[in-house]
Design a protein around this ligand. Structure first.
Ligand code: E4P
Length: 218
């Protein structure tokens, strides 16, 4: 399972990259706004800066919602760096654009996915990645993990190549459950990745080992 970090914050990206477990980055317009990056040129420079930190797939989201606009913007984003994956929303023109990108060698991440039906459409269009949003489903009192398991099952049964990129992750247990369900990728906030380290018995055990070593060695 690949690990992506879900942020536009360069310091967080560097911190996760330094762990040696990072395979890529996802961003979205809200995450860009959160770090105060605005304006077309600044946003594109920010993507380039991310590409310099992480040697892996970097999702850059289009703003256009019409077919021609998505194609134009996607081509420009893909030209920024070979690792850019064009992130396209799950809408009618988005699916048509994903088909065009697929046929023209541009990799895509279909985002804002909340149902198995949408997952089938994106796979049929040849999306490289599919981003079902776990946390936002949990937020409305449904089970986001059920959707991940359902999509993984459908893709396996039918041999779709589209990779399931579990998004909208809120905690470390989401990551573990995604691994169990067979998600190809998880994209997580830094806090959820760091949460994976935590276990009180590790802390207690390490303290004991160090104390015993000190007692024996002075
Ligand atoms: C990433 O691809 C998604 O845009 C992101 O995971 C959404 O997360 P959120 O639901 O926490 O905003």
């Amino acid at each position: 399972m690949k690990f992506f970090i879900d942020t536009a914050n360069l310091e967080e990206i560097k911190e996760a990259a330094a762990l040696g477990i990072l395979d890529g980055v996802t961003t979205n317009p809200s995450l860009m706004a959160k770090v105060g990056v605005s304006g077309e040129e600044n946003i594109r420079n920010h993507y380039k800066a991310i590409c310099e930190i992480v040697d892996g797939d970097i999702s850059a989201e289009v703003i256009a919602t019409d077919y021609d606009g998505i194609i134009r913007e996607g081509k420009e984003l893909a030209a920024l760096h070979p690792n850019i994956v064009v992130k396209v929303p799950m809408i009618k023109d988005g699916v048509k654009a994903i088909r065009w990108f697929t046929d023209n060698g541009i990799r895509t991440n279909c985002t804002l996915v909340f149902s198995a039906g949408q997952a089938i459409l994106a796979a049929k269009a040849g999306a490289t990645y599919l981003s079902p949003f776990i946390g936002r489903i949990d937020d409305i009192n449904w089970d986001g993990m059920d959707l991940i398991a359902q999509i993984v099952h459908i893709y396996n049964v039918h041999g779709f190549d589209t990779q399931v990129l579990a998004a909208s992750i809120r905690n470390p247990m989401h990551i573990v459950k995604c691994a169990e369900a067979g998600a190809d990728v998880v994209t997580c906030p830094l806090s959820s990745i760091m949460g994976l380290f935590k276990h009180p018995l590790t802390d207690i055990g390490l303290a004991q080992f160090l104390a015993d070593h000190k007692k024996a060695n002075g």
